[in-house]
Design a protein around this ligand. Structure first.
Ligand code: ASP
Length: 404
């Protein structure tokens, strides 16, 4: 990602000072953003996923068309980013925890047999989506975590490997040397305050800090063209993840979500991705939904389950997803000073083939809107519908390094 210093400072600092984000009640907005949904009649099969799954949709769609199982189709999609060392949000090459160790989370639900499997905080095994399926298929449990999940995976024939690539290790070191701190009260703390009032000389301080970070990045051997991107990942621990839901022409539906989770997290931190009902939820009678974004926020609204229950009560995929986003906004009383540090995208597929992609904000940067990838005979990526106009600041800032 090319990121000039000027753009970076504008986004990271001036953007965070800006109070101009529309603070209107999101209600009217939702009705104006109906582009990201099908209008019917709804084709089947359909696969939807996060944008990083786009390149893997053709293979999974052909597999579904040939009678393949819906969960196996979804797993074909998410395996792509898990295996890709250049996707630093999932599987191999995922950004590590604060100790430099990659810890992965995943869950899945198989609609036709109404089963689920999940793993959290797994080290050394890259295809955790398939380990989650193995938990579902080969145990009487639903969720395994940590060392036990890793040992189970090895017993199932998965190989251990080092998941930390050189690329991710260098960005982790940059974080460690210049910005490391997750400790302290977080964004949801009732006493959270802006530390510095808008108008203070933040830009200058930030320019100095960023200059220092550039020097450390150079020392670490991070290529000049990649330095601003690495710095951004340090300051705003990035989101990524992949969710995929797949529906076949028999109306069977399944979903899977897999991630390396929040970069630089405290070891043992588990986000929403392996939580059935938060990062993914599938009900064969209704549909399937999944999430990427601020896991802490999504867990609190049980996002994927909320969406499925909304659709069960008759809401469209778009309205069902928007309602879950509004619950996140409600948890902060609509306070955009805080909400701009969170983001969430939901991928929603109804059993009849109608789908929607919805996000809290338009994207992380002006030229990078949130997207949903879809294949319903035609493969494409479309902008999601957003609850709030404008752009988030990518991720909740680490509690110890909030700057305003
Ligand atoms: N939701 C994931 C988590 O909180 C992160 C992400 O979507 O990138 O772990």
């Amino acid at each position: 990602m090319a990121f000039s210093r000027r753009e970076f400072i504008t986004t990271a600092v001036l953007g965070s000072l800006s109070l101009s984000v529309d603070a209107q009640e999101p209600k009217e907005k939702a009705s104006k953003v109906r582009q990201t949904m099908t209008t019917g009649p709804y084709p089947r099969p359909v696969i939807i996923c996060a944008a990083n799954g786009l390149n893997y949709l053709d293979d999974a769609y052909a597999f579904l068309k040939n009678g393949g199982d819906t969960l196996d189709a979804a797993l074909r999609v998410v395996k792509g980013p898990e295996d890709d060392p250049n996707d630093d949000s999932v599987g191999l090459g995922g950004l590590p925890n604060e100790e430099g160790v990659v810890e992965l989370d995943s869950c899945c639900m198989h609609g036709p047999t109404r089963r689920a499997g999940s793993v959290g905080g797994v080290r050394n095994i890259k295809n955790v989506s398939q380990v989650a399926k193995s938990v579902m298929a080969h145990t009487g449990h639903v969720m395994l975590v940590g060392e036990g999940a890793e040992r189970f995976a090895v017993a199932q024939g998965f190989s251990r490997e080092n998941l930390l690539t050189e690329h991710s290790r260098k960005i982790w070191l940059l974080w460690k040397e210049t910005h490391s701190d997750w400790w302290g009260p977080g964004l949801a703390n009732p006493n959270w305050k802006k530390r510095v009032k808008p108008g203070s000389p933040q830009s200058e301080e930030w320019q100095m800090k960023i200059k220092r970070m550039e020097e450390v990045a150079a020392d670490l051997g991070i290529e000049p063209g990649l330095r601003m991107c690495a710095i951004r990942k340090v300051i705003f621990p990035p989101t990524g993840t992949i969710h995929c839901s797949a529906l076949n022409d028999k109306g069977e539906i399944s979903g899977s979500t897999t991630t390396s989770g929040l970069a630089w997290k405290i070891p043992g931190r588990v986000g929403d991705s392996p939580i059935i009902g938060a990062g993914c939820y599938t009900d064969q009678d209704v549909g399937s939904a999944g999430a990427t974004g601020s896991g802490e926020e999504n867990i609190k609204v049980a996002g994927a389950h909320t969406i499925i229950e909304n659709m069960r009560r008759g809401m469209s995929p778009l309205d069902a997803g928007m309602d879950a986003l509004k619950r996140i906004a409600r948890n902060y009383n609509g306070d955009k000073d805080r909400l701009k540090y969170t983001d969430m995208t939901y991928y929603v597929l109804r059993k009849d083939g109608a789908w929607a992609g919805v996000s809290l904000w338009e994207g992380y940067e002006a030229d990078k809107p949130h997207r949903i990838a879809v294949h319903d005979g035609t493969k494409r990526a479309e902008k999601t519908a957003n609850l709030f106009p404008g752009f988030s600041q990518a991720w909740p800032p680490t509690p110890g390094s909030l700057v305003y």
